[in-house]
Design a protein around this ligand. Structure first.
Ligand code: C2E
Ligand code: MG
Ligand code: MG
Ligand code: MG
Length: 282
């Protein structure tokens, strides 16, 4: 019976594997169409300081498939990384972000940076900095308005090169932050050599910060250490007032999450930013 069960399990597993493989092939082909036919668009999620004022914006890519509807970036970014399509997709994301940021700047709304997420392949590709500077030039956005979100794994891979690149970017005025901090394998000691402006505490620690003492300890530890090293800390996935208050008490500088604002279209972002201004400037 056990053997029988084992074989069934295996058969099911093999089927799943096949299905997911063919699904990925389909996804790859459809993604190519999506990039070409402008099925992709960006959402923007504001980040706020301790007083609740906007202090940053993150660009998040969205794919509205003509038949399948909304597909999550968590699903298609890994495929795009595997196939190399992330290069093309990433270039589109960065260009569109800079264009939108420039528009915000021109209407007097942009007072902080706009962040884009980068994949390993993008960051470690020869010519990355040149192509980034090219996009900034094309869109006429001053580099100080751009921030790059990098993961620990991007920075761990070939860390000498990564540190070198970060210094070049910093010299150009472009800042960087470490995304999903605490979920990777980076050691605290290596963080001290990284020229990054901020670290983003991963949502998984924020989720239970008010109920789990260990998660609270992780958040507190990251905040204390990063601040001592001269970096800013931003908490991601803040959904409640209690999480916000507690993290603020720990000394967290910035916050991002549904409690303040969900990711939204560029048009909605403009309205959101306008409504946060004093009446006289609207
Ligand atoms: P991330 O960079 O860590 O982005 C934060 C994710 O958390 C976003 O999911 C955002 O919508 C979600 N989020 C923010 N606040 C809350 C909250 O309070 N509650 C909950 N439940 N979720 C919240 P999203 O947009 O689905 O993106 C998922 C991941 O996909 C991103 O994680 C990022 O790693 C990746 N991604 C998104 N856009 C791009 C892109 O243009 N390029 C690359 N390379 N990756 C991207
Ligand atoms: Mg991010
Ligand atoms: Mg993140
Ligand atoms: Mg995350």
């Amino acid at each position: 019976k056990a053997k029988q069960q084992g074989r069934d399990t295996y058969a099911v597993y093999a089927e799943d594997l096949n299905e997911s493989l063919s699904m990925r092939v389909t996804l790859r082909n459809e993604l190519q169409e999506a990039i070409r036919q402008e099925q992709l668009h960006l959402n923007y999620q504001p980040q706020v300081d301790q007083a609740g004022r906007i202090c940053g914006i993150e660009a998040l890519v969205r794919w509205r498939h003509p038949v399948k509807g909304f597909i999550s970036p968590a699903e298609f970014i890994p495929v795009a990384e595997e196939t190399g399509q992330i290069i093309q997709l990433g270039r589109w994301v960065t260009t569109q972000t800079c264009r939108d940021a420039k528009q915000l700047l021109d209407i007097g709304l942009l007072t902080s940076r706009v962040a884009v997420n980068l994949s390993t392949l993008q960051f470690h590709r020869p010519g990355f900095v040149a192509s980034l500077l090219d996009i900034l030039k094309q869109t006429d956005l001053p580099p100080t308005y751009l921030e790059l979100e990098l993961t620990e794994s991007i920075l761990m891979r070939n860390s000498e090169t990564a540190i070198g690149l970060l210094h070049i970017l910093r010299d150009k005025g472009i800042s960087a932050s470490i995304d999903d901090f605490g979920t990777g394998y980076s050691s605290f000691s290596y963080l001290k050599d990284l020229p990054v402006e901020s670290v983003k505490i991963d949502k998984t620690f924020v989720d239970n910060v008010t109920t789990d003492r260990k998660d609270a300890a992780v958040c507190k530890g990251i905040i204390t250490m990063a601040r001592e090293m001269g970096m800013k800390v931003i908490a991601e996935g803040v959904e409640t007032r209690e999480q916000f208050e507690l993290l603020k008490g720990f000394g967290c500088d910035m916050f991002q999450g549904y409690y303040f604002a969900r990711p939204m279209s560029f048009e909605k972002l403009v309205d959101w930013m306008k409504s946060g201004l004093p009446d006289s400037t609207k």
